[in-house]
Design a protein around this ligand. Structure first.
Ligand code: NI
Length: 229
């Protein structure tokens, strides 16, 4: 058992973390463990770790429907902390990606991908773990693809969403280095979904056929509800 200090209610704008304890129920990534080791709070309880799993805002919260501001300063402690908190929150929820507005932060930052398969999307190709800041997406060609999406801010539901099949995206990493990629398929879909959050758009707002929008337990009864978002 590992004791975890979680910051609760941080998405409501409170700056003072409220500590509570819980059990670590998902596996430690080596990089997380290394970071948490540096954050050990007590010489006595050597297995106490610090992390920040934020409350994920749900559809209906107006903070999900605003266009958020670009990042203007790179390589700062505040940006590193935001990205670390987003990673902790995304992993705890087993998400494929997370955007800053989903934890109530008004900045153009998204994280997505993983270097190990996502249990929610075990058959999907791996998307490299990426921090993408101030992104710009340009479609390549006009081909669209329809596929199922879920969203941590729209729990319990799935919808079949049209997206550009092939895109080029640009942006910056945490240090301000330029990122430019030409991608298609699932990678292109994940990037479009996450970057939509920065413009205040949730995936149901992209849908055209609402007969293909429904509860995961109805659409995919064989899916483990524990893996539902
Ligand atoms: Ni989402």
């Amino acid at each position: 058992l590992v004791t975890v200090f979680c910051i609760q209610g941080c998405a409501t704008g409170g700056k003072e973390p409220v500590r509570s304890t819980g059990m670590l129920w998902f596996g430690l990534q080596p990089c997380q463990y290394k970071r948490w080791q540096k954050d050990l709070r007590s010489p006595v309880t050597n297995f106490s770790l610090t992390m920040a799993v934020h409350t994920i805002l749900k559809m209906g919260d107006l903070r999900l429907f605003r266009a958020v501001r670009p990042v203007t300063e790179f390589g700062t402690d505040a940006l590193r902390q935001l990205v670390a908190d987003m990673h902790d929150t995304m992993r705890a929820a087993m998400g494929a990606g997370l955007a800053a507005p989903q934890i109530g932060v008004d900045r153009q930052v998204v994280v997505f991908g993983s270097d190990v398969p996502n249990p929610r999307y075990p058959d999907r190709p791996l998307v490299p773990a990426t921090v993408l800041i101030n992104p710009v997406i340009t479609p390549v060609g006009d081909e669209e693809a329809l596929d199922w999406e879920g969203c941590l801010s729209v729990p319990g539901l799935r919808g079949r969403v049209p997206r550009w099949s092939h895109i080029r995206y640009t942006g910056y990493d945490m240090q301000g280095n330029a990122i430019e990629r030409d991608v298609d398929g699932f990678h292109a879909r994940v990037v479009q979904h996450e970057c939509d959050h920065l413009a205040g758009i949730l995936y149901p707002m992209r849908m055209r056929d609402f007969t293909q929008f429904g509860f995961t337990e109805v659409l995919f009864p064989e899916m483990d509800p524990g893996l539902d978002d």
